[in-house]
Design a protein around this ligand. Sequence first.
Ligand code: CO8
Length: 371
Amino acid sequence: KNVVISGSGLFTPTSIITNDELVASFNQYVDEFNAQHASDIANGTVEALGHSSTEFIEKASGIKSRHVLYKDGILDPKVMHPVFSRPTEEAVPEMVEMALVAAKEAMQQANKTAADIDLIICAASNMQRSYPALSIELQQQLGTAGYAFDMNVACSSATFAISNAVNAVRGGTAKVVLVVNPEFASPQVNYRSRDSHFIFGDVCTATIIEAEENCTSNNAFRIKGMRLKTQFSNNIRCEVGYTEHCFTEPDPLMPFFKQQGRKVFKELLPLVAGVIQEEMAEQQLSASDLKRLWLHQANINMNVFAVKKILGREPEPEEAPLVLDTYANTASAGSIIAFHKYKQGLQAGDHGILCSFGAGYSVGCLVLQKC
Ligand code: CO8
């Protein structure tokens, strides 16, 4: 049975933090830290912190700004994290609020109402709570029937969820699936860490997956191939979990994202290129058959490297669209934002590849064909 992505949606928070704003706040924190610890720094017991810089961030990552749900606390050198109310049982949590907006746009594109949807998958790198599942609350908010579940494969949550959706449609447990990827990343960023304070932004994407025979959308993409791969690595890690308060040695840095960026760069790229090339061989596609590459958005240099490896040449900007300049790394939502914003202009029969890569390690490659 042919299965398609018949609609996509995007929620973008209105607040933007530029590199200059982020660096100014970080450098003020550094100056205050170094002044406070001046004598320990002088006697060598504490290491002085170094300034961050807009030039470094743009050159190393390609990121110029990011959207966040709660800007103020992040930029206050005395706070340096988003500040918001604890969700109550009566209030809809942020991730569900974000998902509602993205879902409605995807449903509209796919000509679907809540009555059509019988499975919701909420797939993201972090869940705001363990249970009840956020997807089930979204199900209640939208008024859909059927069932819903949450899942997490970090940066590959969206592609792995689409693969689950395809299997549900093929297996007959669902007819129309809504996948949402509310990436509320900012609470997990250590804004006091020079190495990672610039990396992430908040966003939510959504897709509708259904059988081609039921699809009435005029901008649908057939999912021709799916290839998923995981390989364990500690190089991107977050330790936070429900056991946190039980540990004999509490660690105040536990909730944060940590990575060995260079190692990730080196180890992940061959994995990504391998998965994409294997799937291209399976689908009998050569580089010249690919009209677009909607890639994970973590680092501009990484994307350029991956695209050159796949196409065997420098890409034209529209062949492998970048959104990380204004969205930063949005974990699993990145490749879906690229798809959502740059899926126009393909002709029926044209092929493209949507590929996520990141923590796990994980790689999720979808071969898409314009219907
Ligand atoms: N300003 C100035 N200097 C800096 C800064 C800064 N902000 N940060 C680091 N430096 C310094 C370093 O200290 C280092 O100095 P020295 O040479 O003296 O030691 C120098 O600059 C070079 O540092 P790096 O080697 O770290 O610089 P890189 O060129 O490697 O760039 C990157 C760093 C941008 C992190 C790069 O390595 C990278 O992007 N790698 C790939 C990372 C990647 O793809 N990660 C995947 C992310 S995981 C994911 O996408 C989702 C995870 C789950 C979601 C979690 C939600 C929060």
